[in-house]
Write a protein that binds this ligand. Structure first.
Ligand code: NOJ
Length: 570
């Protein structure tokens, strides 16, 4: 396929819905499929073309749906298959598409396959999961390998019934499927086909990088004091994973005009990303990497006195690497955050300047090449939740970490709550702010989780009344991306970074049939810059009223962001 070949998913705007927190239609405090239907017009008006809906399959909800106990059923808290079909139909009426999460790495421990698998070693489902004997000799640990799990502790869980361990790279309630087994692969192809038959237009492939396991399981050689080594390479981006995804593509993905986006963040290099999603040979259309999610000090913050600061040079380096090295080789998704990260304004923006910092961040990202994915509430400037006690959290991963950490002599509970509070995935999972009523217009009963601390002011109802709101700014950006005069450049154009060493300003050019210049001041201060070799033909969007056109001496105000149509200044 040629890079320029027009595909709906290259020219569309996506929106991620964490269904549990989006809109409750039946007053049980939990968001649901019918709630999404109620809000389709809102999303359409924002400029959204497709929705990625987080898992809504039958689940005990240990990890809010990523622990699936039946891939062919909708969890009763979210609705029914009939509701899902209706959602697809209502979306279609509005020329919108639905993509869903495809959870391939694991099931819930309540899935019938696992219930069977753990019964005895001869069970036909035994080989659906990864079972191993413990160590023969006492080597300080009993598990088959010394690998850590993403959610804390060992990657292995002991099961006394058969005196063996099963692998689980996430929670012990989420055993890993054994992808070496062709029957597992065939079953998962059937799952994907089932949802395609119901009308989905694609998949976000969960934990796509982790499907393969080495034939021989050996200890990690990482040399540190951790009992279980956080050596993600042991189960990430292995050659087997590429083989399984290629097969999936051949059997399922390639048969339809669908969007596939794999989650490979945290571990995949650019080279590996191109292997997953290369235009010529990739099995997926694009992959999410996380590199840009960690360009600040949130993981180093120890106490309230440590200020969160963006490392703009680092962020620019990451953006530049991905956008230049993948250009014409692999398509990119554009996203700031998802349901596994803290809120955008609390990380890279300024909670007290939601419009200016929020619009600046939107300009910085959504004028690049790739497919935008907006995360629910981003368009309103929703922020982190002020977590105060351990009971305020919901995330299984955080609670697991807490249970491991609290055993250590050096553990300080207050610091733990503060540190986790600012980086917790739970921040992204708070309730969507629809209006200023008691439960933010989400439900008529108390929601399952916290409301945004600013919901009474910053909500959809107010945003729609204010023509200068962040919501309308986002709408304007998406209109520009689709404007025939600029879309070729904005969607397919080459990316060129300017002012590489400037610590405050992010500046890049997009070049195709036109040249478009993007300037974003990341900080709450004035800054003057000079951009050589170009002059302004037009201003396409700007987040200040009084516009700024002199590129030779561009005086940027706090969080100022401007997009120019430019031409060479000979
Ligand atoms: C990645 C998902 O985004 C995350 O929410 C989940 O906990 C893990 N995969 C396990 O499925």
């Amino acid at each position: 396929m040629s890079f320029y070949k027009s595909k709906w998913w290259k020219e569309s705007i996506g929106y991620q819905i964490y269904i549990k927190s989006f809109k409750d239609s039946n007053d049980d405090g939990i968001g649901d499929l019918n709630g999404i239907i109620e809000k389709l017009d809102y999303l359409k008006d924002l400029g959204i073309d497709f929705l990625w809906i987080c898992p809504f399959y039958q689940s005990p909800m240990v990890d809010n749906g990523y622990d699936v106990s039946d891939f062919f059923k909708v969890d009763s808290s979210f609705g029914t298959i009939k509701d899902f079909k209706n959602l697809v139909k209502e979306a279609k009426k509005r020329k919108m598409k639905i993509i869903v999460d495809l959870i391939l790495n694991q099931t819930s421990d309540e899935h019938i396959w696992f219930i069977e698998s753990r019964k005895d070693k001869e069970n036909p489902y035994r080989n659906f999961y990864i079972w191993e004997k413990g160590r023969e000799k006492d080597e300080g640990l009993t598990e088959p390998t010394n690998w850590a799990s993403f959610f804390g502790g060992s990657v292995w869980e002991y099961d006394s019934k058969t005196d063996e361990y099963y692998m689980k790279i996430f929670s012990k309630h989420m055993p890993d499927l054994n992808w070496c087994n062709p029957f597992v692969r065939k079953k998962m192809h059937e799952v994907a086909k089932f949802w395609l038959d119901l009308g989905v237009s694609g998949f976000r492939v969960d934990a796509a990088a982790h499907l393969g396991r080495k034939k021989k399981l050996v200890d990690s050689k990482l040399n540190n004091n951790d009992k279980y080594k956080k050596d993600w390479r042991m189960f990430s981006n292995l050659k087997e994973t590429f083989i399984y995804l290629d097969e999936f593509n051949k059997e399922v993905f390639s048969k339809g005009d669908i969007l596939t986006v794999g989650e490979v963040g945290g571990s995949a290099t650019v080279k590996e990303a191109i292997k997953y999603s290369g235009i010529k040979k990739g099995s997926l259309n694009m992959v999410f990497n996380f590199d840009h999610c960690f360009c600040n000090n949130v993981y180093d913050v120890k106490s309230k006195d440590d200020k969160i600061k963006t490392n703009l040079i680092g962020l620019k380096r990451v953006f530049n690497m991905w956008h230049t090295k993948t250009y014409k080789k692999a398509w990119q998704p554009l996203y700031w955050l998802n349901h596994d990260h803290p809120r955008l304004l609390s990380q890279y923006g300024n909670e007290d300047e939601p419009f200016l910092s929020g619009s600046m961040l939107a300009v910085a990202l959504y004028f690049k090449g790739g497919t935008p994915f907006i995360y629910q509430g981003e368009e309103l400037g929703m922020v982190n939740y002020p977590f105060k006690k351990i009971e305020d959290f919901n995330d299984v991963s955080l609670i697991n970490h807490y249970n491991h950490e609290k055993e250590k002599a050096s553990f300080n509970k207050e610091d733990f709550i503060y540190q986790e509070g600012i980086r917790s995935r739970d921040n992204a999972r708070t309730i969507m702010s629809w209006d200023n009523s008691k439960y933010a217009g989400f439900s008529n009963v108390k929601p399952w989780f916290h409301l945004d601390k600013n919901y009474e002011k910053r909500n959809v109802k107010n945003a729609l009344k204010d023509k200068d709101s962040l919501y309308y700014f986002y709408q304007k950006i998406f209109k520009l991306r689709k404007d025939k005069r600029y879309s070729k450049t904005l969607i397919y154009g080459k990316y060129q970074q300017l002012l590489k060493d400037d610590e405050d300003i992010y500046c890049y050019l997009r070049k195709e049939d036109k040249e478009i210049l993007v300037v974003a001041n990341f900080f709450n201060k004035n800054k003057e810059i000079e951009i050589k070799g170009y002059k302004v033909k037009d201003i396409l969007i700007s987040n200040y009223k009084k516009e700024n056109k002199n590129l030779k001496s561009l005086k940027l105000r706090p969080y100022e962001a401007i997009v120019y149509l430019v031409e060479r200044d000979k």
